[in-house]
Design a protein around this ligand. Structure first.
Ligand SMILES: O=C(O)c1cc(=O)[nH]c(=O)n1[C@@H]1O[C@H](COP(=O)(O)O)[C@@H](O)[C@H]1O
Length: 240
């Protein structure tokens, strides 16, 4: 099977998270900005409101979709779910690393059984909003250690890559090398000083790329901007 980055063949590392409930607004942004970015992300918010038209429009325009439904279930359910992806436009999917070895291996088997080239299988380690205090309450000694443990399980069970916050990237690259595909939400134009919303450890696009990210997931800095097109160009300019 071809190497993951080659398989995805994205035009740039920006992924637009269209977390919008309004179908008209969402489709307009998909048509306008989708052709500018490497990927568009369809999470649960658009999927439940206008998912079918999201996928058919992306398919029609040839825009790669990251279907981000973060599955976390028993292996049989995961296998059946991932055997039925609804559109060939879907080039990346997420599962939770906390589902463990058997669940992740079931996801891998389901994707590998498809006749076409499988989408990237990406495991969410610790959600980016979680603070050090919260992860300690959950039983991990620190964010870094939690990402290391969950990431090791996921990568050794067949995941192509991981979601983590940009603050964990540098250590993750040292630990796992250049092969795994790293996806980072928590991207903010002005880095740690700018508006972070609920994102812990935010970084600018350039900082995240320098620290080893492959895909920068950006939602509100674009979709809530006064001029989303201008915001997209400005983020792309930061990527150089
Ligand atoms: O899997 C994700 O995309 C994801 C994982 C995670 O740990 N944190 C996280 O923020 N996300 C998603 O990344 C996007 C970030 O959006 P903004 O914070 O608006 O830029 C949202 O769609 C989140 O659902």
């Amino acid at each position: 099977m071809r190497e993951i980055r080659e398989r995805l063949g994205l035009k740039n590392p920006l992924c637009l998270a269209l977390d919008l409930t309004d179908r008209g607004q969402g489709l307009a942004l998909l048509r306008d900005l989708g052709p500018l970015v490497g990927m568009v992300k369809c999470g649960p918010v658009p999927y439940l409101s206008w998912g079918e038209s999201f996928l058919s429009t992306a398919e029609e325009l040839g825009i790669p979709v990251f279907l981000d439904l973060k599955w976390h279930d028993i292996p049989n359910t995961i296998f059946e779910t991932l055997s039925r992806l609804p559109s060939p436009a879907i080039r990346m999917v997420t599962i939770h690393a906390q589902g463990g070895q058997a669940m992740i291996a079931a996801a891998r088997r389901a994707l590998d059984a498809s006749e076409s080239e499988p989408p990237a299988l990406i495991a969410v380690t610790l959600l980016t909003h979680l603070t050090e205090v919260e992860v300690k309450e959950m039983g991990y000694p620190s964010r870094e250690e939690g990402v290391a443990r969950l990431g090791s399980v996921a990568l050794s069970s067949g995941a192509d890559g991981l979601v983590m916050s940009p603050g964990e990237l540098a250590r993750a690259r040292t630990r796992w090398g250049g092969t795994p595909y790293f996806v980072t939400p928590g991207i903010r134009p002005q880095g740690p000083i700018g508006a972070r919303d609920d994102q812990f450890n935010a970084r600018s696009p350039r900082e995240a790329l320098n620290e080893g990210s492959d895909l920068l997931v950006v939602g509100r800095p674009i979709i809530a901007a006064r001029d989303p097109r201008e915001a997209t160009y400005s983020l792309l300019a930061d990527l150089g």
